[in-house]
Design a protein around this ligand. Structure first.
Ligand SMILES: *[C@@H]1O[C@H](CO)[C@@H](O)[C@H](O)[C@H]1NC(C)=O
Ligand SMILES: CC(=O)N[C@H]1CO[C@H](CO)[C@@H](O)[C@@H]1O
Length: 627
């Protein structure tokens, strides 16, 4: 009995070790294992439209290269508000860490994407600020001037002119500790600064450094008793954001002085300090600490409205019980100068964000906040009522900054399609399609086609609502030479896959019982009505893109297959031989009852009316009323 118990315990551990339920997997993109979200909506009707822009990472420093096969899970990702994947940029950036991944509207008339590609593990690449177009192709790859070190991961802030960007800069210098009354001693110091760089030439237009401007006494991390350090040295200010107003002045956030500074664009002097060790220059109705991502929401004359994340804690200290995003109003034209809280958004789980994070005011004035660890994000009404919270299902991953934007992505690569055929004899062959299109937004449904040979006309075999990143579709017959077309909600087709061969099993070892030793592909025109076929040349004309016939797939077969897939998903975590036996049993059961109840009838697909732009069968699927 004891032995049995021990054995079970061991088995359980083995199973737990192999569990990868927290990652997505796709037939069409087998290398991609995107991180899943666990989402809670308090009120979905009031969230802003848009997609989430996140870039999960495992470790903040580049991981060791490994000769082992590595799946794509780190780097820039776009998700919809159901947590479905829209785009993974992990293959494009080879699983490297990416930061500050967002949409920008300052270049031309089209939206662009900006991001920071971190330096690589062996230091052979020092990182870049990158701008992609809506086709996910590189529009600009901007290096940092050689003497400014590696491209810092905190900020790549493309300015309104669309020609320049602000970046944070970390440099090291050896300094005397005279300021701390130890003139005979030297220490290395990490200075925090920023640069404004030209996106076309990568030249630096403006440069600022903290040393000689921010005294050592402002840091909360070192004191006159701290030990001297070799390079890189004391990280005494820790700059983590920079923004610029129309007046040409810069707002910087220093996490280790608990201070926001306004820096003159003319001569670089500190115009004012908000908060900090020595209380700053303002009469404040709040204090804050270890803040991130300070951005101007408005700035004119002496009045500034600023948003930032007050995480209120760091690796060592916690100054208050809960982190918050704040919108504050700063007035520097009065005596005394004043700073007031306009809005506060407390972390919904009541916890502290010790490191990293950001906040973003959305176009409808909702507040979107990233609390960083575990990928925790929230959206609030302008008044601070929480509407949504989500975090990665896997605690292994974090995310520095997250954003929400409406965006239209149109990859130049075609949709990815995989198809395979199974059956036990000529009468019951079915072809399964899987389709996905990495980065394409606004796909409402997919049209599926097959053709008799490479050069024959494609025949429309059916369509299916896009239900997730990847959509599966099952069609009667052995269909070789298949293709799939993406259609938007207005019925416009806007992309088609390459024509793809269908894979088949080893017929003899997989229980093939047919008349011939292996089946030959069907001519789809004999199974599906031909009048719906369209030639590739016609695909540019909208009228021909709408399916003219044959919309319904065999619902009963689809239901059976769905049950099978669900069962498979459920028992996958059990693992091993047991699962295989169970799966086989369920498969046999489904097949037997299906054949018993219904028998096999070859039936032409019938045209069904489209309801709200969706194929009727999908409307059924969504209401769980399949037949
Ligand atoms: C999702 O979150 C809820 C509430 O926070 C939690 O109870 C549940 O276990 C989570 N689910 C997964 C799969 O992590
Ligand atoms: C803005 C804000 O939340 N400030 C708080 C920072 O932490 C101190 C100390 O816990 C609080 O007193 C402030 O209210």
């Amino acid at each position: 009995m004891l032995w049995l118990g021990l054995l079970l315990l061991c088995l359980q551990n083995v199973v737990a070790w192999h569990s990868d339920d927290d990652l997505m997997s796709f037939v069409t993109l087998p290398d991609v294992r995107a991180v899943k979200f666990n989402i809670t909506y308090q009120d979905r009707s009031r969230v802003a439209p848009g997609y989430w822009f996140v870039s999960p990472y495992l470790h903040i420093s580049p991981d060791e290269p490994t000769s082992l096969y590595e799946q794509y899970q780190v780097g820039p990702h776009i998700y919809d508000q159901d947590g479905q994947l829209i785009w993974t940029g992990s293959p494009m950036f080879d699983n490297r860490n990416v930061f500050d991944f967002k949409v920008i509207h300052s270049i031309g008339n089209e939206p662009h994407i900006s991001l920071i590609l971190q330096y690589n593990n062996d230091g052979s690449e020092r990182g870049f600020g990158m701008i992609l177009d809506k086709n996910y192709e590189v529009f600009k790859k901007v290096p940092l001037r050689q003497d400014l070190g590696a491209f810092d991961i905190h900020e790549f802030n493309v300015l309104k002119d669309g020609k320049t960007a602000l970046v944070t800069v970390y440099l090291n210098e050896e300094i005397s500790l005279a300021e701390f009354g130890r003139p005979e001693e030297q220490t290395w110091l990490e200075t925090g600064g920023f640069a404004e760089i030209d996106l076309n030439t990568a030249e630096v237009n403006y440069e600022w450094r903290s040393y000689n401007q921010i005294p050592l006494a402002e840091t909360v991390h070192y004191s006159q008793y701290s030990d001297v350090e070799g390079p890189p040295g004391w990280d005494y200010v820790h700059i983590n954001s920079v923004d610029k107003n129309d007046n040409g002045d810069y707002l910087i956030s220093m996490r280790f002085t608990n201070t926001l500074y306004l820096i003159s664009g003319v001569d670089g002097h500190i115009v004012w300090r908000l908060n900090g060790q020595h209380s700053g220059d303002f009469d404040q109705d709040f204090i804050f600490s270890k803040q991130h991502d300070a951005k101007f929401l408005e700035s004119s004359g002496t009045r500034h409205v600023i948003s930032f994340l007050n995480n209120a804690s760091d690796e060592e200290f916690a100054e208050e019980q809960v982190s918050s995003a704040l919108i504050i109003e700063v007035e520097s034209g009065t005596v005394p100068m004043t700073a007031r809280v306009l809005r506060r958004y407390n972390r919904p789980d009541g916890d502290l964000t010790r490191l990293r994070g950001n906040s973003q005011v959305l176009p409808n004035q909702n507040m979107f906040v990233c609390w960083s660890q575990g990928g925790y994000i929230s959206e609030f009404t302008p008044e601070g009522e929480p509407l949504m919270s989500a975090r990665f299902t896997s605690p292994r991953y974090s995310n520095y900054r997250a954003y929400k934007f409406e965006f239209t992505g149109r990859p130049h690569t075609p949709p990815d399609v995989v198809s395979s055929v199974i059956g036990t004899d000529e009468s019951n062959l079915v072809t399964t399609f899987w389709v996905s299109w990495n980065g394409a937004t606004d796909i409402a449904y997919w049209n599926f086609y097959a053709q008799a040979s490479q050069f024959d006309k494609p025949v429309f075999v059916g369509n299916a609502f896009k239900s997730d990143f990847e959509t599966m579709f099952i069609a009667k017959g052995y269909l070789d030479w298949v293709s799939v077309e993406a259609v938007d909600r207005d019925g416009n087709a806007f992309g088609i896959s390459k024509v793809q061969r269908t894979s088949f099993p080893n017929w003899q070892t997989s229980g093939w019982n047919g008349y011939s030793s292996s089946p030959r592909p069907n001519n789809p025109a004999t199974i599906y009505r031909q009048d719906s076929s369209i030639t590739p040349d016609d695909w540019t004309s909208d009228e021909d893109l709408l399916p003219t016939a044959d919309d319904t797939a065999d619902a009963q077969l689809r239901k059976a297959t769905l049950t099978l897939m669900n069962t498979y998903e459920t028992i996958r975590s059990i693992g091993g031989l047991f699962a295989l036996i169970l799966l086989l049993a369920v498969m046999c059961g489904i097949m037997a009852s299906y054949l018993l109840i219904r028998g096999w009838r070859v039936r032409l697909y019938q045209r069904v009316p489209m309801e709200e732009g969706l194929p009727e069968e999908e409307a059924h699927l969504r209401s769980d009323r399949i037949d």
